[in-house]
Design a protein around this ligand. Structure first.
Ligand code: ADP
Length: 430
């Protein structure tokens, strides 16, 4: 705007100079063509009503005629007459800012006797007025532009920063533990992606919080049941007048319930360690046959007591690459379930074979089976199919969760097929 302003003023001033020079030259030409008193009068008369004055002098600078009736210029011209160029037209005073006139000089020569100058005086009032007007217009348009720019800036920054402010508020809420965050859709750009990531994080945290609360409630429930038994039966066992046999019976129940609690707490600790991934799986190669024969020997008596036939089918010369201690924990858990959920006089098979460079371990039972709509949940922590049935079998709903974590820590997978009333197959591939 400053550049435009300067340019416009310069152009206007240049125009004034050109007009003044053109008029002066015109007067001089007329004078040279027809030098007479009448011509001089005419020239003076032509400039009478303008804010322009003309002065005709002789070569010595003495005024022959002038349109300036106040004679103000008569004195003025004496100071500038020395700058006159005898050959060509010239602007003598160009300082329009400080001087009341701009002045041009036009030499004329009619003959040796008659020569001199036509001096043109243009008042600088109109130029100064024009500059003043222009300054005001530029100031108004400058201010308006600034205001409009500021409004656009405020609007844009609001549009751009609004999502950021919302996200900042959301993360502050999250850091305070309030996961109920509802961020609007901010589009598909980087801001939009950031916003949906925050929303997803909030949803996940909310889900985790709910899961944790449910888990804690389940644990409290699981622990309170055996504790109620312990307290109840210990009070009964302390009663006076009980026979030795009765007391023995109650103490046995107390012992069984304490074992259940111990198992539960042990499994919980295992789970906690797995969640923290503070346990390590140290894999090594070992003989499958030897390993599974040992496991078979370990659990065989338990199966025998319940009159369940346990079969071991293991491929010969099979090498397994796994953590033997963790693998034993996995297999014992699955066999324990097969035993728990099988009826007397049925059979359980433990099958081990190689398939596409991997080892498959399958535990097959002909037990009570799992309802198809519950299969998806049995690997969840503390999930039990039909609570009463598990309680009757002494389960706590943690075994399979532990198994799944251990299998996955080996980089393997676990699958289950089951039919209610017909039996189940748990298949591990590692
Ligand atoms: P639990 O300690 O209660 O057995 P698990 O995590 O080992 O807990 O098993 C979860 C649920 O899956 C059990 O409550 C049980 O109902 C069901 N389940 C597991 N294994 C079998 C099986 N071999 N046959 C039938 N149901 C089973």
């Amino acid at each position: 705007m400053y550049y435009l302003h300067q340019n416009m003023i310069n152009t206007r001033v240049e125009e004034e100079f050109s007009t003044l020079l053109a008029n002066g030259a015109n007067h001089r030409d007329v004078l040279v063509e027809n030098y007479s008193d009448t011509t001089i009068k005419h020239i003076v008369l032509m400039e009478k009503n303008e804010d322009r004055e003309v002065m005709i002098t002789n070569r010595a600078g003495e005024v022959i005629s002038s349109s300036d009736k106040s004679y103000m210029l008569q004195e003025e011209h004496k100071f500038i007459i020395s700058d006159i160029d005898n050959e060509k037209d010239k602007i003598l005073v160009s300082d329009w800012r400080n001087s009341p006139f701009i002045v041009s000089a036009h030499p004329y020569k009619v003959n040796d006797k008659q020569s001199g100058y036509v001096l043109m005086f243009q008042s600088t009032n109109s130029i100064n007025q024009m500059v003043k007007d222009m300054n005001m217009h530029f100031a108004i348009s400058g201010m308006t532009s600034l205001i409009v720019l500021f409004l656009i800036y405020a609007l844009l920054s609001k549009v751009l920063t609004r999502p950021l402010i919302r996200m900042k508020e959301a993360t502050e809420k999250l850091s305070k533990g309030d996961f109920k965050v509802n961020l609007p859709y901010f589009g598909k750009d980087e801001l939009g992606e950031l916003s949906s990531s925050i929303q997803k994080l909030a949803n996940d945290l909310d889900h985790l919080k709910k899961e944790r609360n449910e888990f804690l409630a389940s644990i409290a429930h699981e622990l309170s049941t055996p504790l109620t038994y312990l307290i109840g039966y210990s009070k009964v066992a302390m009663r006076e007048g009980l026979s030795e046999k009765e007391r023995q019976h109650y103490l046995e129940i107390i012992g069984e319930e304490s074992d259940r609690m111990k198992d539960l707490v042990k499994n919980l600790l295992d789970l906690a360690r797995m969640d923290e991934t503070s346990f390590t799986v140290s894999k090594e190669y070992f003989s499958a046959q030897l390993f599974f024969e040992n496991t078979y020997k370990l659990v065989f008596p338990l199966f025998e007591t319940k009159k369940i036939k346990l079969n071991l089918v293991c491929e010969k010369d099979l090498q397994i690459y796994a953590d033997p201690i963790r693998l034993e924990q996995i297999v014992l858990n699955l066999l324990d379930n097969a035993l728990k959920y099988s009826n007397e006089n049925s059979g359980v098979t433990l099958e081990v074979f190689k398939k596409e460079e991997k080892t498959v371990i399958a535990v097959i039972d002909k037990g009570i089976g799992i309802p198809s709509d519950e299969i998806d949940f049995i690997f969840e922590k503390l999930y039990r199919v039909e609570k009463s049935r598990s309680r009757a079998h002494g389960g706590s709903g943690i075994g399979l969760a532990v198994v799944k974590e251990l299998v996955e820590a080996h980089g393997g997978k676990i699958e289950v097929k089951s039919k209610l009333g017909e039996g189940s197959i748990f298949k591990i591939t590692i």
